[in-house]
Design a protein around this ligand. Structure first.
Ligand code: GLU
Length: 481
């Protein structure tokens, strides 16, 4: 078998959103699984909907997600250029060939062109009430008559003659799918101004780029019978089609912007781990065949096959995405994590050496699900002085016991030489034994005096991160009013 080639074909009409990124994820993982090529092809023929800067943003988002492509708009390969707008000649030549071979006919119903066009994802079929072909009956026009009118200057589109009967194709996920030819309807492949329609450009390019697997969202299913007919007419073997299940919002309707249809850039800004995003998106319709949910990039590549993609709709769950991100973060080394959170440190965080930052990150790592959680998590490094004073007051108000503990622990810790979480923890516990206190009775006054908070990450880690001098200063502050 020829080696696997998949493509991700974004239309640069806006930001890359999660649903699109998921399609890219499946194409990427599948190609890598087979040691094949992953191609990015820009479908920029829709002049009206194209947006300035959109392509750059999409490519940046793919890079952020680590979905590196082998061939694409900025990466020449044997079958480029990879922008459809630069491939017009090829599309026209293929259309004229189909005209010569009788697969398409000239259509003079110029105003009707858009009707048969089916923009990406638009499932509306050609109006069957108009009968086969265009409303003007151009299908029945003898080819010589069509050629004569075109030569005389009448603008003509080229329309594909959809055969009567059933159009069938195989889908790797859904099995055999069939559409009735009448529901597909004769469709325009070349507009009267010589530009290819979306559906035709897709197929000509898939043929030219030797794409072996077309993996895309189920929203494209209604376009696929047209594509199948076009592959046949062009005399090229059909690629394997795989239509991924829909991703819906919690209300089981189309994913809303608020829920996740917003740009991928937003996740990046919030500090989601890119591997986690790829991992989570891979689970929307697929599973590794066991109960693993957290998979590294390498494992995903190893496991990704189309056999384990289901056909039922999936639901986007932002809480689960956050959980998956958390799981990936827990697997990072402290050095990696310190590096990753650095751009998310708030301006009010104190300046830290690399070593200090790693210590602080270690103390709070269980509280970080996305990198931007670092700000609130490290709040204990720079507590509000007034809150600290009030917390000290609270310790004193709560009674002599807390004050006695605070005093005892302070003495023990000031004698401690090795200021690391392990020894600090041991010292506090042994001090607690001497004082006859443990659990919350022991830790609550200490935490309050140190952070002005009633709960938080493990105390010894915080003490280590705060530093001996500062920790003892805060204890003292709580004791002497
Ligand atoms: N350009 C299409 C889109 O933006 C993808 C077409 C395809 O994958 O065949 O959804």
């Amino acid at each position: 078998m020829t080696s696997v080639r998949t493509r991700f074909a974004p239309s640069p009409t806006g930001d890359l959103h999660l649903g699109n990124l998921r399609v890219a994820v499946f194409n990427y993982l599948f190609a890598r699984h087979h040691g094949g090529a992953f191609v990015v092809r820009v479908e920029d023929t829709d002049w009206v909907r194209n947006r300035e800067g959109s392509l750059e943003g999409i490519l940046d988002d793919l890079r952020w997600a680590g979905l590196e492509w082998d061939e694409g708009p900025d990466r020449p390969g044997p079958f480029g250029p990879y922008r459809q707008s630069e491939r017009g000649e090829l599309h026209r030549a293929a259309a004229l060939r189909l005209l010569a071979e009788g697969y398409v006919y000239r259509c003079f119903c110029v105003e009707e062109e858009r009707e048969g066009e089916d923009l990406p994802g638009d499932g509306s079929p050609f109006d069957p009430a108009a009968g086969p072909g265009c409303p003007g009956g151009c299908r029945g026009l003898p080819p010589e008559e069509g050629a004569r009118r075109a030569e005389a200057g009448a603008p003509a589109a080229l329309r594909f003659r959809v055969p009567d009967g059933v159009v069938r194709f195989d889908d790797e996920i859904r099995g055999e799918i069939s559409f009735h030819g009448n529901d597909v309807g004769d469709f325009v492949i070349l507009r009267s101004d010589g530009r290819s329609t979306y559906n035709f450009a897709v197929v000509v390019d898939d043929v030219a780029m030797e794409i072996t697997h077309v993996i895309r969202g189920a929203g494209h299913l209604s376009n696929t019978p047209k594509h199948a007919l076009l592959f046949d007419a062009l005399g090229s073997p059909r690629p394997r089609f795989a239509h991924l299940p829909m991703v819906l919002g919690a209300d089981r309707r189309k994913l809303s912007k608020r829920e996740g249809a917003a740009g991928v850039g937003k996740l990046q800004a919030q500090g989601y781990h890119p591997d986690a995003v790829v991992n989570y998106l891979s689970l929307l319709g697929w599973s590794p065949g066991d109960d693993r949910e957290i998979l590294s990039r390498k494992e995903l590549i190893q496991e990704m096959t189309l056999e384990r993609v289901g056909a039922s709709d999936t639901v986007f769950d932002p809480d689960k995405l956050r959980w998956v991100s958390e799981q990936h973060i827990q697997r990072m080394t402290v050095t990696e994590l310190a590096e990753a959170v650095t751009p998310h440190l708030p301006p009010e965080a104190p300046a830290m050496t690399r070593e200090e930052l790693e210590r602080a990150v270690e103390a709070v790592r269980t509280r970080i699900a996305v990198f931007s959680d670092i700000g609130p998590a490290l709040r204990f490094l720079h507590p509000d002085p007034q809150a600290l004073a009030a917390a000290g007051e609270e310790v004193r108000r709560e009674g002599a016991e807390g004050v006695r503990i605070l005093q005892g622990v302070m003495e023990t810790l000031s004698a401690l030489e090795e200021w690391e979480a392990g020894p600090i923890n041991a010292a506090i516990r042994s001090c607690g034994k001497t004082l006859g206190a443990r659990g919350p009775a022991l830790f609550h006054p200490l935490r309050l005096a140190l952070t002005a908070e009633a709960s938080g990450p493990e105390l010894a880690g915080i003490l280590a991160a705060v530093g001996k001098e500062e920790a003892l200063r805060r204890f003292r502050l709580a004791l002497d009013h």
